[in-house]
Design a protein around this ligand. Structure first.
Ligand code: MN3
Length: 206
């Protein structure tokens, strides 16, 4: 049977809130481009790349992990688009219009590994602002259970390396340029103060 090119193999997930829900830190205009153009294009391109390949029967996370191990040029393209599709869905869920202060287990874990929330925000903000070029800043849980901050370049993602991400900030310019232009640190300060979805981070604790 010929492949039905109209059927998307990997779907674009719904945004967990309205496009204007994160304003004024992230405007509806930014979300409309970021979700509606950037994220949607990664998903569309991924579907084109995996059609008719061994990847087409896999879940998104499996595509990321397998393509990361495969070193040929076609797999690299699949990795970039699959990882960007996965990272963006994780990013939308890392934010909430009701962001604020952590409570419960995630608060305890942050205090254990960073001292207090202010120290965490400072360390995360510095790492994210210092990521050279495009990439992502992550709060991850190490195999020893401890929380750590990591940055990745371009599409790279902790799940390709067996990591357990709890939270991510997108530091590609498309994430903040319409609202903050070159002021990535100001965007991150507002992001950390107003938008972090701590209950999502807590849910991701193992
Ligand atoms: Mn992005």
């Amino acid at each position: 049977m010929p492949l039905d090119k109209t059927k998307a193999l990997i779907a674009l997930p719904k945004l967990p809130y309205a496009e204007d829900a994160l304003a004024p830190v992230i405007s509806a205009k930014t979300i409309s481009f970021h979700y509606g153009k950037h994220h949607a294009t990664y998903v569309k391109t991924l579907n084109e790349l995996i059609a008719g390949t061994d990847y087409e029967s896999l879940q998104l996370e499996e595509i990321v992990v397998r393509a990361a191990k495969d070193k040929d040029a076609a797999a690299k393209k699949i990795f970039n688009n699959a990882a960007q599709a996965w990272n963006h869905d994780f990013y939308w869920h890392s934010m909430s219009p009701k962001g604020g202060a952590p409570t419960g287990k995630i608060k305890d874990a942050l205090e254990k590994d960073f001292g207090d929330l202010a120290a965490f925000k400072k360390a995360f903000g510095q790492a994210a602002a210092g990521q050279f070029g495009s990439g992502w800043a992550w709060l991850v849980q190490g195999k020893d259970g401890a929380l750590k901050i990591e940055t990745t370049s371009n599409a790279d993602t902790p799940i390709a390396h067996g990591g357990t991400p709890l939270l991510v900030a997108d530091v590609w310019e498309h994430a903040y340029y319409l609202d903050y232009q070159n002021r990535r640190p100001d965007h991150l300060t507002a992001w950390l103060d107003k938008l972090v979805n701590w209950s999502f981070a807590e849910k991701n604790l193992t």
